[in-house]
Design a protein around this ligand. Structure first.
Ligand code: AGP
Length: 598
């Protein structure tokens, strides 16, 4: 992942530091900048959060009009200052997002040529290679192109060269990159959201287009030299996102869900979904990673139950390497909040190569996945800052639910009156969600008890198995408590061996057709002394005695929308448990919001 940014403008460090703040979701192991100041490249780096770099810079202010910056998510080499970017060799400084797969061979070759390396990163070979070719009297453009010709892997690069003219270069292969021309400068970044207000016009370069930015112009170099840059409007600029009165972005995003769902339930995008001919589809395949994958899992149950469509789901990193069987009239849907997840993007390219019809479900409208798929539907969750995905998940589910309604209509598998009921349930959804969120203090009591354990087992049944998985993922991500989720019926096939007084079992047990089945699973856990936590219907309490801090009561919820509502207590539980344990819920360790490396 990592975030890169560059600016050629007066006091270029300001847009770079502001942009790094907005890119920190991509990684926060270390950060750094290089700036051309008094005809010299100065590089300042710091370990840890961006604030550490800002503190260093406040003690040592530097001015200059050409600057690059980086925020790191460590792949090769520990998270320390030496491995922080930019990496410099002579008069060349580079920021890199991606992975150079053949860096070891390149490093050995460069060392034989007398180069000395400081870091254990893959990225450091890049400035060395460029410097090597510059020393052979090549032009800046030629040296960069020669260097990148040697690279295998993925990259988005910002290259600062201190030469006769002050130039900043940008180039990418497989990793996201955006260029912007403003009134007061020229900019490049990993993501349009990182660009400041002076960036109304943006351009997404194609792979291996070398772009030169300087105070006079932004120019496509070399092979594409005669091509004109076609800019589009930057929808993301000038938006400032704050967490308001909430303790964290994650908390804000959890409570925002009611309004988002209200908007989605009144906005009639169904017309848009009717562009898909569900009637003729033989199969839908849904591909995603992490939380988005759990949304796919819930969607599968809706499409099958209400529209009788065969649905296969897969994790993106598996799909692209497993020779999937593709059939006639198959629609492949790619779900991604960021629209930049490297595995999902690669799976999309794989499916397109196989001539599949592809549809993207994304939150970021201009993202790579959105741009490359045949069709794109937005989920309209607004920028999600917390690394742990919450509102994007419920908005993904909402769009899938609407698509399932459209599919049900077209395929006439269920009666008209049932289709109408599904739509009616959707209208009720935000109001029921509001009731659940109003009970958040009950969840704080449960979190206080759960925070005493190091492990937990989450159980659900049917579509709620995916919600148990999503709940376990949330808890792991931000509280670092080890949690695993199972379809409750699987308990006796193995995980039951784990149960004793140290292994709490959390069960999602709302009133639905599977409640009785779940009751047996709950009793099996209780018989093994496992501490129980139930999120469910009050009728459960007639069968099992539960304390206040062991039971979260769900209101009456129509079965079709249960998954969307049941995830709310799981999000709250993870949030409060992590807060009790004193964790940084917005920026959990080792994670990044957008996973742009394989
Ligand atoms: C969610 O809490 C995670 N941080 C992660 O699993 C995420 O959902 C996954 O990386 C996929 O991201 P995407 O939706 O942006 O593709």
């Amino acid at each position: 992942m990592c975030g890169i940014i560059g600016a050629v403008a007066e006091s270029a460090i300001n847009p770079v530091l502001e942009g790094l703040g907005k890119l920190e979701y991509r990684g926060y192991d270390s950060s750094g900048i290089s700036i051309l100041s008094n005809n010299e490249i100065q590089t300042i780096k710091a370990q840890g959060k961006l604030n550490n770099l800002k503190q260093r810079l406040s003690m040592q202010p530097i001015e200059g009009d050409c600057c690059i910056g980086h925020t790191r998510w460590a792949t090769h080499g520990k998270a320390n200052v030496t491995n922080a970017h930019p990496h410099q060799c002579g008069q060349v400084s580079v920021v890199h997002n991606g992975i150079i797969e053949n860096y070891l061979q390149l490093k050995q070759q460069l060392m034989q040529w007398g180069h000395h390396f400081n870091s254990s990163t893959d990225s450091e070979v890049i400035p060395h290679l460029i410097n090597h070719y510059l020393a052979q009297q090549m032009s800046q453009e030629e040296a960069i192109e020669q260097a990148i010709n040697q690279l295998k892997g993925s990259y988005a690069l910002g290259v600062l060269i201190n030469g006769a003219s002050k130039n900043l270069y940008a180039i990418k292969q497989g990793s996201p990159l955006v260029i912007s021309e403003g009134n007061n400068g020229a900019y490049m970044a990993s993501d349009a959201m990182a660009l400041g207000p002076d960036s109304g016009k943006i351009y997404y370069p194609k792979d291996n287009e070398l772009i030169k930015l300087n105070t006079n112009e932004i120019k496509l170099c070399s092979g594409s030299a005669n091509k004109k840059i076609h800019y589009i409007n930057n929808k993301h600029c000038v938006k400032v996102i704050s967490k308001g009165d909430y303790s964290s972005f994650m908390e804000k995003e959890i409570f925002e869900q009611v309004d988002l769902l209200k908007r989605l339930s009144v906005n009639n995008h169904t017309g848009e979904y009717s562009t898909i001919n569900f009637k003729n589809l033989n199969k839908i395949t849904i591909i995603a990673c992490g939380t988005s994958y759990y949304a796919a899992s819930v969607a599968k149950s809706w499409f099958e139950k209400y529209a009788n469509i065969l649905v296969e789901i897969d994790i993106a990193s598996e799909y692209r390497y497993r020779s999937p069987i593709i059939i006639d009239n198959e629609l492949v849907i790619f779900v991604s909040q960021s629209g930049e997840t490297a595995d999902t993007l690669a799976a999309l390219r794989y499916a397109k190569n196989k001539n599949c019809q592809t549809l993207a479900l994304v939150n970021v409208a201009n993202s790579s996945i959105a741009r490359e798929a045949n069709f794109t539907f937005e989920i309209f969750a607004g920028p999600e800052i917390g690394v742990a995905s919450t509102k994007a998940f419920t908005c993904q589910l909402a769009i899938f639910y609407k698509m399932a309604i459209e599919a049900a209509k077209q395929r006439a598998f269920i009666k008209n009156v049932e289709v109408k009921q599904l739509a009616l349930n959707f209208m009720k959804l935000p109001y029921i969600m509001e009731t659940v969120l109003q009970r958040c203090t009950d969840m704080k009591k449960i979190a206080k008890k759960l925070a005493n354990y190091s492990n937990a087992l989450f159980l659900g049944r049917g579509a709620l198995t995916a919600i148990a998985q999503e709940g376990a993922l949330k808890l792991k991500e931000i509280s670092y408590i080890h949690a695993e989720a199972y379809a409750a019926g699987e308990l006796k096939h193995g995980p039951i061996a784990l149960l004793d007084e140290h292994m709490p079992v959390l069960v999602i047990a709302p009133k639905n057709t599977l409640t009785d089945k779940l009751l047996s699973n709950i009793q099996e856990a209780q018989a093994r002394n496992a501490p129980l936590f139930i999120i469910g219907d009050s009728s459960i309490k007639q069968h099992i005695s539960l304390q206040e801090n062991e039971f979260f009561e769900l209101p009456e919820i129509p079965e079709s929308i249960l998954p969307i509502i049941s995830v709310i207590p799981m999000q709250l539980l993870a949030l409060y448990t992590a807060q009790i344990l004193g964790k940084n819920v917005d920026q959990p360790r080792n994670l990044a919001k957008s996973v742009t490396v394989e």
